[in-house]
Design a protein around this ligand. Structure first.
Ligand code: ZN
Length: 312
């Protein structure tokens, strides 16, 4: 048996500054700026920088405009912003963003707890958002969250998720991403959902966003790679979670993804040593031990002195 051919390269979107920090105690504006600037020097080509949500909803992102104004924008990096609604979208356009994302939960309960609307109500607002984004010269990605399960409802049927994606396509979104909000995906579930989505919407670019809540994050990436998926989100140091999802813990750690992919001959364009240094910085900023295991162990080519007996 020969394995499936893996993509020669993948495009990673770093989501630590937004998705990651949104679920941490607020850190100073200049620390956010320093983090984004440092990430921009590692070879990462896509960074989700901020979210234009209402400050009352997510106080951690209240300084989005100030952060973005102070970032040293690298011309080789595409910076994106999350927008919850028309008002946020207009703020993002005014700030100069050309890559925008909107999140809709496949599960109604999660969507209501997140933005106080049903999934259908959020989907009904999409065509207007797409039109405004395009008029403003920006692209809009639909991120479907709870794509592999909901912390409130449990199972979310594959058909439901594919239907939500189809509603996005009908609304004119430029690309699609699936979020495993609380780490409920496993490789077989990834294979099934990606397969059914490709069958239904073959022309829609698809990225995947995994959380490592139950330890299956990298296995899920590998399953998706075997299907040719070459677009993944990850957060430096494994920061992040979801404030509306009980028990949600970190995104998959960018340095873990880079470490695995590069060793498998899949090009990420990222300098792992540089990225680990930024992960150390991120951990310092949030003030607690981050979940990333590559941050603890170091890249695999880093050798350690010979250990004594009892080292198994
Ligand atoms: Zn996430």
């Amino acid at each position: 048996m020969t394995g499936a051919e893996l993509p020669a390269r993948v495009s990673l979107r770093e989501v630590g500054p937004r998705d990651g920090l949104q679920n941490e105690d607020p850190i100073p504006t200049d620390a956010k700026v320093e983090l984004i600037n440092a990430l921009s020097t590692t070879g990462l080509r896509r960074i989700e920088a901020v979210s234009f949500v209402h400050p009352k909803a997510i106080p951690q992102m209240a300084d989005a405009d100030a952060v973005w104004a102070a970032v040293r924008q690298d011309p080789d990096v595409r910076y994106s912003a999350l927008v919850p609604n028309q008002r946020g979208l207009q703020r993002a356009l005014a700030a100069g963003f050309t890559d925008l994302e909107v999140v809709v939960s496949a599960s109604d309960t999660h969507n209501r707890s997140n933005i106080n609307r049903s999934t259908e109500e959020s989907l009904a607002a999409l065509p207007e958002l797409v039109e405004q984004a395009h008029t403003g010269g920006a692209t809009l990605q639909l991120i479907v969250s709870t794509a592999w399960g909901c912390p409130y409802e449990g199972e979310v049927p594959v058909e439901r998720v594919v239907w939500v994606a189809g509603q996005g396509k009908a609304a004119g979104i430029d690309s699609l991403a699936y979020g495993d909000t609380t780490g409920m995906a496993t490789p077989t579930r990834v294979t099934r959902l990606v397969g059914e989505t490709r069958s239904a919407h073959p022309e829609l670019p698809l990225g995947l966003h995994f959380h490592n809540t139950r330890g299956t994050g990298l296995a899920n990436v590998y399953a998706a790679l075997q299907l040719g998926v070459d677009d993944f989100d990850a957060a430096v140091a494994g920061l992040g979670g979801c404030p509306y999802a009980p028990g949600a813990s970190g995104n998959i750690a960018t340095e873990e993804v880079v470490s695995m992919l590069e060793d498998m001959g899949v090009d990420t364009g990222v300098d792992l040593d540089a990225l680990v240094e930024v992960a150390e910085m991120a951990e310092r900023f949030v003030g607690h031990t981050a979940p990333s295991q590559v941050l603890r162990a170091g890249p695999r080519w880093r050798t350690t002195p010979l250990a004594g007996p009892g080292d198994d």
